[in-house]
Design a protein around this ligand. Structure first.
Ligand code: TYD
Ligand code: MG
Length: 455
């Protein structure tokens, strides 16, 4: 087979260059050029695109037949939930996470659960067949019907997939697979991108759903970088604290379902076990109310989740006080402190402020603003918030409290778990009272702080 032509692509700006250079000629970044396969020219020589005469017919949107896609259940309910109901024929799923977080374990469990009904193939490039078998034995699951293929050459994997036609295939991991047609080393951007693109093409043509496992680099991007996110249909990330015994899988992109759906698993010596009702998981239990904590009712995909937000405000010993947030957005913290100063007259300019979302959850929604500010005020005044209090709501730069989506569901979940006071945006106030829940609907940050002071 003729060697395919390659060019060098910048991982920063995407610019290409026919020759390698230390500095990208387009964006001047250093050491960012990586070799990759040049897209094949189609049509007439010298033209990248098909001749203009061959175009596909125009369709009327209303007349295009569209069916609800049949789903293949993975046999693990929480995994199905993040996938939007299960795998779809021909779909390519990328699942990323830190090393050792449980990617291989989850996929092996899923394949074994599926193997009863369908033919499944596990391609292992990272571990030997013995290691995979040992793991299955350790987990106490038998893989009688799982086909195992220890291979890292792309061409051989493609041939095997086409010959065996499994109902589902898992590639563990995409970074270990290499194509003999590229000269760069396995794991390099060009190899990862090319292998992922080839496998995606194969999935689309053959209808075999492929799940690719990918590693995440220290800065959080999938190694062999974000380019993969555009190629595949669904991107899932493992998140959460590696030291806790819970694992969260979040849908980051999904062409076949909702994003931000969250799957919650507990780690056991028998593998990952789905947690069907995780809302109380991220609350630390204090024997008595302590200062500096506030429970937030957040909404993850289709389900509400209660998460404890902790804050610590302490005298700063350096001229630039520190603002640090774990699991919450760092820039937002500085903004909220400015709002607190400007609209509630509370200054923290000589204080270090730390905030943390308990349990390693990452909260990106702005509805965390109000609970963050309440926790900060509680720590600053060293006064615990009333027992059984939850809060949510976005705080604007003008000091106003803005509504959050699906307020009623959050309130109902809080009431179900025995919370008795809810500090929420006025626009989210329920029309009918919720049993057992005293609702403080506030318009402005100042209102919320005033009510708390009266308590
Ligand atoms: P592994 O699935 O290999 O992580 P990854 O593929 O993301 O690198 O899991 C790491 C180790 O943790 C492995 O030795 C098995 C063990 N483990 C359990 O014992 N129970 C569990 O529930 C999970 C998820 C992992
Ligand atoms: Mg692994």
């Amino acid at each position: 087979m003729a060697k395919i032509k390659t060019l060098f692509c910048c991982t920063e700006c995407g610019g290409t260059s026919p020759k390698w250079a230390g500095q990208c000629p387009h964006c001047n970044a250093w050491n960012t050029l990586e070799e990759q396969a040049e897209p094949a020219a189609t049509g007439q020589a010298g033209h990248r695109y098909a001749p203009l005469t061959q175009s596909s017919p125009l369709l009327n949107l209303a007349e295009v037949e569209a069916h609800e896609l049949p789903r293949i259940s993975t046999g693990i309910a929480e995994f199905d939930r993040v996938l939007g109901g299960g795998l779809v024929a021909g779909a390519v799923v990328l699942i990323g996470g830190d090393p050792g977080i449980g990617k291989s374990t989850l996929l092996l469990q899923a394949l074994i659960a599926m193997s009863g009904q369908s033919r499944v193939l596990y391609v292992t490039g990272e571990e030997s067949a013995e290691q995979v078998a040992l793991r299955a034995r350790r987990l106490g699951i038998s893989g009688d019907h799982v086909d195992l293929f220890a291979e890292i050459r792309l061409e051989s994997i493609q041939a095997t997939l086409l010959r065996e036609r499994p109902a589902v295939a898992v590639i563990d991991s995409i970074q270990t697979i290499y194509s003999g047609e590229l000269t760069s080393a396995p794991g390099s951007v060009s190899q990862v991108k090319e292998c992922a693109a080839q496998l995606t093409r194969l999935a689309k043509q053959s209808g075999i759903p492929i799940v690719m496992i990918g590693h995440v680099t220290k800065d959080g991007a999938l190694a062999g970088p974000r380019v993969l996110e555009h190629i595949v249909d669904t991107v899932l990330y493992f998140e959460g604290d590696t030291h806790s015994s819970f694992r969260l899988v979040r849908a980051f992109k999904n062409r076949f379902g909702a994003v931000n759906e969250l799957g919650v698993f507990a780690m056991t010596d028998r593998g990952l076990r789905g947690v069907a009702n995780p809302s109380a998981l991220f609350l630390s239990r204090h024997a008595t109310q302590v200062s500096g904590t506030c429970v937030m009712a957040t909404q993850e995909g289709t389900r509400p989740l209660l998460v404890e937000i902790q804050a610590l405000v302490d005298t700063a010993h350096v001229p630039n006080p520190r603002r640090l947030s774990v699991g919450l957005e760092g820039n937002r913290l500085a903004m909220l402190l400015a709002v607190l100063h400007r609209h509630a007259g509370v200054s923290t300019s000589d204080q270090d402020v730390f905030v943390n979302a308990v349990g390693g959850v990452r909260i990106t929604e702005p509805a965390a603003d109000l609970p963050v500010l309440l926790a900060i005020m509680s720590s600053l005044r060293d006064r615990a918030l009333p027992e059984g209090l939850i809060a949510f709501g976005e705080v604007g730069l003008a000091g106003e409290v803005r509504p959050a989506p699906r307020g009623q569901e959050r309130l109902r979940e809080a009431a179900k778990l025995g919370f008795s006071v809810a500090v929420i945006p006025k626009a989210n106030a329920p029309r009918q009272p919720i049993e057992g829940l005293d609702v403080w609907a506030v318009d402005r940050l100042q209102d919320a702080l005033d009510r708390l002071r009266q308590k």
